[in-house]
Design a protein around this ligand. Structure first.
Ligand code: BEZ
Ligand code: FE2
Length: 403
């Protein structure tokens, strides 16, 4: 047994004082500090003064295979960016293949920023070994892509192979899962077959959805910059699906939809109704000039950094700081709390895993952040986000990774 205590412990939306947690790999008891010390007199006590203990943070969306990108890809416009991805993808992926340090460095950036669990979208499977080695929990989203009918078989087989390979390593720290690239890039037949596997074998599912105005224009009207893109690369001028058909395919699989910046109120309502979640990636959206997610009506809001392909770091703290700036019209303190919940309890709910809460029998995943002296408890979440460049300490499954 171990004991951990901090000035404040964030539990069920409240900041508790004078409390401590007894834990092994899971949380065993949450009690007053003195009570736990009396009950377990010879136990190691981790004590963090001027600090807040949170359930471990979850970065729900990243692409580690693009970790070699520094300034290769074009930012500022989604379509120019996508075009640069097609052009330089092989080069970037080869850099990672030749030097896995790019991926380890990216994972370490997350770790230092307090991330105990992350969702990795894997397009090629070359991030698998690094994801198996990291002490963090990983949701390993094997991605399927392919709108061309002629390519369905090949791409479906490649996807199944990667999925099978990742299933071998299934554990409480590593969760094979499924990612659908997007409505414009996945043929409905491929989508149907992959979602059949997801449903039968109960895989978690994630999908990019309505990231840019171009995507909406293409899916609704078969025009705009995507028309040129599809003519250039795929010799076609018609989308393979539409917004409603795509969304309907997920009706019996609660899914994490990434971005949704260009979704309208009706689509957000639909997403809420079917128990889906939305992963907000504020910096990525800004860097690709996709717009700003309307966060108000969203039932389960999550947060992600996206990959280094469309961000300048994988720090979840920097992502939260950016979100505070982007949503400038929101009440600052309320927004800070919303962001803390997005990376803890909301994320865990979407993952259906016993994490994201300080609760008995939940995994002892903790993110400890420094907190300067405050005068108003209502400022704790805000100053936790603003006062830290890195986490002060971090535990995964009861193990001190940063202490
Ligand atoms: C496609 O297969 O349709 C596709 C692949 C990559 C980017 C966009 C579309
Ligand atoms: Fe993404």
């Amino acid at each position: 047994m171990n004991i951990i205590t901090a000035t404040f412990i964030y539990k069920d939306g409240k900041f508790l004082e004078n409390m401590a947690i007894a834990f092994e790999d899971k949380i065993k008891e949450i009690e007053e500090v003195e009570k736990l010390q009396r009950k377990y007199p010879n136990t190691k006590v981790y004590e963090y003064k001027d600090a807040v203990l949170y359930p471990g943070f979850i970065n729900m969306h990243t692409h580690l295979e693009f970790s070699a990108n520094r300034a290769t890809l074009k930012l500022g416009d989604f379509m120019l960016w996508l075009d640069s991805v097609i052009r330089y993808r092989e080069e970037l992926v080869n850099e990672v293949l030749n030097n896995q340090e790019f991926i380890f460095e990216a994972i370490n950036q997350m770790l230092l920023s307090g991330v105990t669990t992350f969702g990795a979208i894997s397009s090629f499977g070359i991030d698998l070994q690094a994801c198996l080695k990291t002490p963090q929990r990983v949701i390993y989203f094997n991605e399927v892509i392919g709108s061309s009918p002629a390519m369905i078989d090949v791409l479906f087989n490649d996807f199944k192979q990667r999925l099978q390979e990742s299933i071998k390593y299934n554990s409480s720290n590593f969760h094979p899962a499924i990612a659908i690239h997007s409505p414009y890039s996945v043929h409905p037949v491929l989508l149907r077959e992959v979602l059949k596997i997801a449903k039968e074998q109960k895989f978690l599912v994630s999908a990019h959805f309505l990231e840019s105005k171009y995507e909406r224009e293409w899916l609704e009207e078969a025009k705009g910059a995507f028309k040129d893109f599809f003519e250039k690369y795929f010799s076609t001028n018609k989308p393979v699906t539409n917004i409603n058909e795509f969304l309907n395919a997920f009706n019996d699989i609660p899914t994490m939809f990434t971005h949704c910046v260009q979704a309208n109120e009706k689509e957000i309502e639909y997403i809420n109704k079917y128990e889906h979640s939305i992963i907000h990636c504020p910096r990525s959206n800004r860097f690709l000039s996709c717009g700003k997610l309307a966060i108000d009506g969203i039932k389960n809001l999550l947060l992600g950094t996206d990959g280094l392909s469309s961000n300048n770091s994988l720090s979840i703290l920097e992502e939260m700081q950016a979100a505070l700036m982007m949503h400038y019209e929101k009440n600052l303190q309320e927004m800070a709390k919303k962001l803390i919940d997005a990376v803890t309890v909301n994320g865990a709910k979407a993952l259906k895993m016993p994490i994201g809460k300080i609760e008995k029998e939940y995994f002892a995943d903790f993110t400890i952040l420094s907190l300067p002296k405050i005068n108003d408890k209502n400022d704790i979440a805000l100053y936790s986000i603003l006062s830290n460049k890195q986490a002060k300490a971090l535990f995964v499954g009861g193990k001190a990774i940063i202490a």
